[in-house]
Design a binder for this molecule. Structure first.
Ligand SMILES: Nc1ncnc2c1ncn2[C@@H]1O[C@H](COP(=O)(O)OP(=O)(O)O)[C@@H](O)[C@H]1O
Ligand SMILES: [Mg+2]
Length: 369
């Protein structure tokens, strides 16, 4: 794991996870996670379904005790493998938003927002003032007397967020809060959540399986796989310097192409075509080369290595075409200027325009600097 956060070393982290592990039976859902983020961060946990994101978030919320390791908020241990849940969920200063908003159906919008304030012991006048504030902030004032069944899904989501930020939690936990919304609404709510984050300055932990969401919103990203952190750092660092093939192919639009190569003499070859210098693989017999879509194009190019592939599909993107081809089972994405289409299955030449962006060993660990 690479940690690019050294500049924050002196600041007490808002959230500090040390060797955090959660086992269900023999299975580690969260496996030895070490992450620290400074106050005000927007930490995104991203990874495929089942990689342990929700389990990690539930431990942060105090809904689940860790099996091993520790969680500290602002330098204070709130959960540990030894002590279980030290500070209970209600006393944690965390607010939680789930994918299913679960508003109280028998309470109005206003009543839903009021309830957590009441539970937290806010006096009536202060509550009324705060309700007005968050209704205004989320632009849902006109809905205040409605019941959840009388408003749209997107509006329900706004109410759920209003309800959560009402008591001004220091840490906001969000578990795939946008995944029930349609595509357009999701993009709008994404900007809205970033506005809320800037305004509240609450340290946020946001769980998603959507890498675009992750890269847009995060100050810090942790890519999880099988309960483990594959890589942790600022989003641009993960995009530019992926430390594993998993990260290289999970992030980015389109994701990077991984080409398996073998050493033949002084070259790393793919299907008998020399792609790169064998020295790049540090003397190993095999390696995986990362090429960005923009490093590969369709058609022969003078002096450039090329391989034969079969055209699969093409998508227009900002004046270019993102062209997907198949080399055997391997899917390769190339960029072509302007509009490009071919018959599915048609033979095309793919030219490699540049040196590989990165080199990984056979196990998927980065070799290149
Ligand atoms: N209460 C539980 N009991 C047993 N296994 C669980 C429980 N909660 C989660 N798991 C398992 O832990 C793994 C991670 O689950 P989860 O954290 O929900 O993943 P994600 O949110 O990334 O999709 C999965 O294999 C899941 O089946
Ligand atoms: Mg989940």
């Amino acid at each position: 794991m690479e940690n690019g956060m050294n500049m924050h070393k002196t600041m007490t982290p808002a959230i500090d996870l040390r060797h955090l592990t959660k086992r269900f039976g023999g299975h580690a859902a969260v496996d030895d996670v070490d992450i620290s983020v400074p106050p005000g961060s927007f930490l995104v946990l991203v990874g495929p379904s089942g990689c342990g994101k929700s389990t990690l978030l539930r431990m942060l919320a105090g809904l689940e005790p860790p099996t091993e390791g520790e969680i500290a908020f602002g330098g204070k241990v709130v959960s540990s493998g030894k002590g279980g849940i030290v500070t209970n969920a209600a006393a944690r200063d965390t607010g939680l938003v789930f994918q299913s908003y679960a508003l109280w159906p028998h309470k109005t919008v206003e009543g839903n927002i009021d309830w957590p304030l009441k539970v937290a012991g806010w006096p009536k006048e202060k509550r009324a003032k705060r309700i007005d504030e968050v209704l205004k902030f989320l632009d849902i004032e006109r809905l205040r007397q409605r019941y959840p069944a009388e408003i749209s899904g997107g509006q329900q989501q706004r109410v759920a967020i209003a309800r959560t930020i009402g008591p001004r939690p220091g840490i906001l936990l969000l578990d795939e809060p946008l995944s029930n919304l349609d595509a357009k609404l999701r993009v709008d709510m994404r900007s809205e959540l970033m506005r809320i984050h800037r305004a509240t300055r609450a340290t946020s932990v946001y769980v998603t399986h959507d890498q675009v969401e992750a890269m847009t919103m995060a100050t810090h990203v942790a890519v999880l796989k099988d309960g483990r952190v594959e890589q942790f750092g600022p989003p641009d660092e993960l995009l530019l310097r992926p430390q594993t093939t998993f990260v290289a192919t999970f992030l980015g639009t389109p994701a990077g192409n991984l080409i398996p190569v073998t050493r033949q003499g002084a070259a790393l070859t793919f299907q008998g075509v020399a792609l790169a210098d064998a020295a790049l693989a540090a003397g190993q017999e095999g390696a995986q080369l990362l090429y960005r879509a923009q490093d590969i194009t369709v058609g022969a190019r003078e002096g450039r290595p090329r391989v034969t592939a079969r055209y699969a599909e093409s998508a227009p993107i900002a004046g270019q075409s993102m062209v997907t081809c198949l080399i055997g089972e391997l899917r390769v994405t190339a960029m072509v200027d302007g509009f490009f289409r071919a018959e599915p299955g048609a033979e095309v030449e793919l030219s490699f325009l540049h040196e590989p962006d990165a080199v990984f060993d056979a196990e998927g660990k980065r070799i290149s600097q």
